[in-house]
Design a protein around this ligand. Structure first.
Ligand code: T46
Length: 131
């Protein structure tokens, strides 16, 4: 679990970051979504997935992401559009401390399927222990 710094392809017109599935993002990308209109003191996520892997980028503003593997937790600052964070399957993820105007882009390895979600922390710990 660590921040990946993407190359910024900028010139006098502005910046560009290119991300390709299977390269800097270690999976084929099947779904893209983004959250915005977040509130500083209201967290998002607070769940894990059985199979879905995610890659998170704050393309505007900033937030913190806490990843928990059932044994240890690490908190990461997503505060630049060139920073990406990989969230593997069976990792509990919480997004929090959003700045004003944060737009958090998420690339996902699977199509949306609510049955892939683990929204109960005790179920999550059981799933980790059985994996
Ligand atoms: C994550 C954070 C950053 C869909 O219909 N399709 C989708 O692809 C997604 C992600 C959600 N939904 C529906 C399910 C709920 O009715 O949108 C509603 C809100 O989803 P949720 O409560 O899961 O939202 P967040 O912000 O707590 O979490 C989402 C992602 O689920 C999660 O994986 O990392 O954004």
């Amino acid at each position: 679990m660590s921040i990946i710094l993407h190359k910024v392809l900028g010139d006098h017109r502005g910046q560009l970051v290119a991300i390709e599935g299977g390269d800097s993002v270690p999976f084929d990308i099947k779904r893209v979504f983004y959250i915005y209109g977040t509130q500083k003191k209201v967290s998002r996520g607070d769940h894990s997935h059985y199979n879905t892997k995610q890659y998170l980028i704050a393309v505007n503003g900033s937030c913190k992401v806490t990843l928990d593997n059932g044994k240890t937790k690490q908190t990461f600052d997503l505060d630049e559009p060139k920073k990406g964070l990989f969230q593997d399957a069976l990792i509990w993820g919480t997004m929090h401390d959003f700045s004003d105007n944060c737009v958090l882009l998420v690339l996902a390895s699977e199509y949306y399927n609510e049955s892939d979600y683990i929204r109960d922390y005790q179920f999550f710990l059981k799933a980790v222990n059985n994996s």
